[in-house]
Design a protein around this ligand. Structure first.
Ligand code: SF4
Length: 300
């Protein structure tokens, strides 16, 4: 039954987002199970906390500059959690029985989880001063179609424009900052967004900024130039070609990586003794050509 439903829903991928591009580069099977088979993934406390903190940071800018205080951010936390629960009732599974607001283990877990979200918000106020910011966009959906026909899309957490017209793209991360070795990989996502904005609006963002709220907190910035973004475009086109060959052949190898421990699809993964569902798309069988294995060398 599950397989039949999966096959009915399966459609070939229609474009790229930074997250799904990252999935394919990390593990092609993970990409297939998420994008093509669309296997469900249960909500996680960590990801949901990230969504909640993002929602509070977005809504905080509804208030006049002088009212964007740490206290106001904390006051937004509970109402935003309740709004999320209303939109996605399945999130209640994270803390079963905690909705009554009484005592008990689930209620304590929820309280600890909210306290962790409070710490992330407090960290943000140490890194940025929202009374001095006037974003022109928050949670901006961006999409563009390259000349090749490849569609790129994603959400940018915040867009700031300086009085002199320079554009800054900002993304919040609720995890800790990566080591120097992985900084380029993280910034790749921002270059992806910069390329979309450039191709979409004809504006080259002046600065890309990642704001890490986990660990000791950190802000990582990068000023891209046209050559950078052209290089990202070439790499995305090569990646899209590689994905197209995988779609045509049904070959999406499982690739063990440091995120396997958190992968929801171990039961469908040969690396963990599982079996993927039958491939749900027609196999047209293009001959294999060059393969993209990394997006971050040199340009990152
Ligand atoms: S468990 Fe690891 S190797 Fe298997 S699908 Fe998930 S990410 Fe890929």
């Amino acid at each position: 039954m599950q397989q039949t439903e999966t096959a009915r829903q399966a459609v070939p991928p229609s474009g790229l987002s930074p997250s799904r591009a990252g999935d394919f580069l990390t593990c092609p099977l993970l990409y297939r199970l998420r994008v093509i088979d669309k296997l469900p993934e249960p909500p996680s406390q960590a990801a949901t906390r990230g969504t909640l903190v993002h929602a509070v940071l977005e809504r905080l800018f509804d208030h006049p500059a002088g009212e964007r205080t740490p206290q106001r951010a904390l006051e937004l936390l509970r109402p935003q959690w309740e709004r999320l629960l209303g939109e996605r009732p399945e999130l209640a599974e994270l803390f079963p029985g905690a909705d009554g607001g009484g005592a008990g283990e689930a209620a304590e877990q929820l309280a600890r989880w909210l306290a962790d979200a409070e710490k992330l918000l407090a960290q943000w106020f140490r890194l940025e001063d929202p009374t001095r910011l006037e974003p022109v966009e928050r949670e901006l959906y961006v999409e563009t179609v390259l000349d090749s026909g490849l569609k790129l899309r994603g959400y940018i957490d915040r867009v700031d424009v300086a009085p002199t017209g320079e554009v800054r793209l900002v993304d919040y991360k609720t995890g800790r900052a990566p080591s120097r070795d992985f900084e380029g990989k993280a910034m790749f996502q921002m270059k992806f967004y910069a390329l979309v904005v450039w191709r979409w609006k004809g504006v080259l963002p002046k600065r890309l900024q990642l704001v890490y709220l986990g660990g000791g907190g950190d802000v990582v910035s990068y000023d891209p130039d046209e050559a950078d973004l052209r290089s990202v475009e070439r790499k995305l086109l090569a990646l899209w070609e590689t994905i197209g060959r995988a779609v045509a052949t049904g070959e999406f190898p499982a690739t063990r990586n440091r995120l396997c421990d958190w992968c929801d699809h171990q039961a469908s993964c040969p690396e963990f003794g599982g079996t993927p569902p039958p491939y749900p798309l027609p196999i047209t069988g293009l001959p294999p050509q060059k393969t993209v294995t990394s997006m971050t060398s040199k340009e990152s």
